[in-house]
Design a protein around this ligand. Structure first.
Ligand code: FAD
Length: 489
């Protein structure tokens, strides 16, 4: 019977790892106490805390048929249609609780996509994957979903610049050797395992780049380097805006890392790798309809609080701007829920989101939060960008005079929160995550062009315009027309 980790056991478990992590040019001995890392660990820890919180336990856990016990939802397969909806609801709760990225969604969506892909691959790939997943559910590990390769010159194929992609450089009787890198790795330094997956559809001849495998974060040859954000030096302090929680992005370098065969799930199978990409993109693009509305709840709350502190909360344009922020946030959440509700069951047993709505959801996430941030910046006023530090405001000599003109701690802290979540200064800038996380806007438009049923639309238009059916065209709707024409005759 697996026991789900608590937040405390999670943080302690990170100390047992021999992670090679660099921050600002220095090797970090204990990430759990490092001021640049700890807030991101806290955000992940919230995913553990909720699994033991009576208010959220039902949402944050699920029954696993694999290990026949409750598991943390972040290690769970979407075996029931409501699992997809519950995922979105949990993401919103966590997004609101932490105000940032809580870093476990890529792994969860990757697990489910790989379950589908290995099932399609046949052979013993699926059995190997399921054996690993059982271990993950029992240990309640954080899985870093590692897809994105550096890619270098985007006009070149991987074979023309292999150093820009993670690849198999050697196949031994006991396993494979990996070389290369993955970039933009959310929460990698707070994870227990890395799940590497190809970041694009590979073509014949590119089999060495079509690799999906799991390895410990501290496997020999793995080096992590923390991303640097504009407001990092404020992390954890009063000027952070959100001092307790933050997201995290990491570059992961693989210098001839050995992975045993039992942890290699796909190796050169191009079809299943394409399935993996498509399935993951659907899950993850819907996920943005859960976490981002939760984050935006916090931004709306901070903007609303400031309008009250400024005494403008009754002004009609102010109320209208807050309504607009809420309307845009719920639009994104509704699209995520729609994609998750309109699900279908894959042959493997796992439920899949509606690909059109999932991509429309993420596409709106690349736009609507920008407008929400603009409105927050409008309502907050210019002080969010020009205010002295909290140390100045609390200074024994200048503090009182400053507080008279700048305002109370309450106002200053609310301004810092809006600042950190808006114009790009946050620990991981919200807007940039909305733009590129789960794929840049064009990636969604490419899927939409492919997934939209254009012929059904043309058929509907031709029929209602009074045009005859084309050869071989389904004519069920025309039968309905005829039935209606005959009705009452
Ligand atoms: C905050 C954040 C968190 C992330 N988390 C993760 C994670 O946990 N795991 C993970 O694997 N990845 C993660 N990503 C990566 C994310 O999926 C990528 O950023 C995204 O796919 C875009 O890739 P890119 O950043 O290399 O930008 P690019 O692909 O370079 O895109 C930049 C622009 O170039 C265009 N472009 C790119 N290629 C071509 C081409 N061949 N032809 C024409 N135009 C092109 C794009 O459409 C876009 O307009 C994260 C990213 C961010 C910003």
């Amino acid at each position: 019977m697996p026991t789900m980790r608590t937040a405390d056991r999670y943080v302690r478990s990170l100390r047992e790892l021999e992670l090679v992590l660099y921050v600002d040019g220095e090797r970090v001995a204990d990430p759990t106490t490092h001021p640049r890392v700890r807030p991101a660990i806290n955000a992940v820890a919230a995913t553990y805390a909720l699994a033991h919180d009576p208010r959220h336990r039902e949402l944050a856990t699920a029954h696993s048929d694999l290990v026949r016990a409750p598991v943390n939802r972040f290690t769970h397969l979407f075996t029931q249609p409501q699992d997809l909806v519950r995922k979105l609801e949990l993401q919103r709760v966590l997004g609101r609780l932490t105000g940032t990225c809580f870093q476990r969604c890529v792994g969860m969506d990757g697990i489910n996509a790989l379950f589908v892909a290995t099932w399609e691959a046949g052979g013993d790939a699926h059995a190997r994957f399921v054996a690993w997943l059982e271990q993950v559910q029992r240990s309640d590990d954080v899985i870093n979903g590692a897809m994105t390769d550096p890619k270098g010159d985007r006009s070149k194929r991987p074979g023309e610049q292999p150093e820009q992609y993670l690849r198999v450089v050697e196949r031994r009787p006991e396993g494979v050797v990996l070389r290369g890198a993955k970039i933009h790795q959310t929460g990698a330094a707070n994870a227990h395992q890395i799940l590497v997956m190809p970041g694009m559809a590979m073509r014949p001849g590119e089999e060495d780049f079509a690799i999906a495998a799991a390895l410990p974060v501290d496997a020999p040859g793995v080096t992590m380097v923390l991303g640097r954000q504009p407001s990092d030096e404020r992390k954890g302090g009063p000027d952070a805006g959100n001092a307790r929680y933050s997201g995290q992005e990491v570059v992961v370098l693989f210098d001839d890392v050995f992975v045993p065969w039992e942890r290699v799930f796909l190796d050169g199978q191009l079809g299943p790798c394409a399935t993996l990409l498509e399935t993951f993109a659907g899950y993850h693009r819907a996920s943005y309809g859960g976490c981002k509305p939760g984050n935006l709840d916090v931004l709306i709350g901070a903007a609303s609080l400031l309008t009250r502190l400024h005494g403008v909360e009754r002004a009609s344009h102010v109320r209208d701007k807050l309504v607009e922020m809420a309307h845009l946030t719920e639009t994104v959440h509704g699209l995520g829920l729609g994609a998750s509700s309109k699900s279908t069951q894959h042959g493997s047993g796992v439920w899949q989101v509606d690909p059109v709505l999932a991509n429309v959801c993420k596409h709106n996430v690349t736009r609507l939060p920008y407008e929400i941030v603009r409105l927050a910046e409008d309502l907050a006023g210019g002080l969010m960008a020009t205010m002295p530090s909290l140390a100045d405001l609390r200074h024994p000599v200048i503090g009182e005079a400053l507080r008279t003109v700048v305002g109370s701690d309450e106002r200053a802290l609310a301004l810092r929160l809006v600042e950190s979540m808006s114009y790009g200064a946050g620990s991981v800038p919200l807007r940039i995550e909305c733009m590129h996380g789960a794929g840049s806007p064009q990636a969604q438009r490419i899927v939409l062009e492919r997934a939209v049923d254009w012929e059904a639309k043309v058929r509907a238009a031709r029929r209602l315009a009074g045009l005859p059916p084309r050869e071989g065209e389904p004519i069920e709707d025309r039968r309905v027309d005829a039935e209606i024409d005959d009705a009452g005759q």
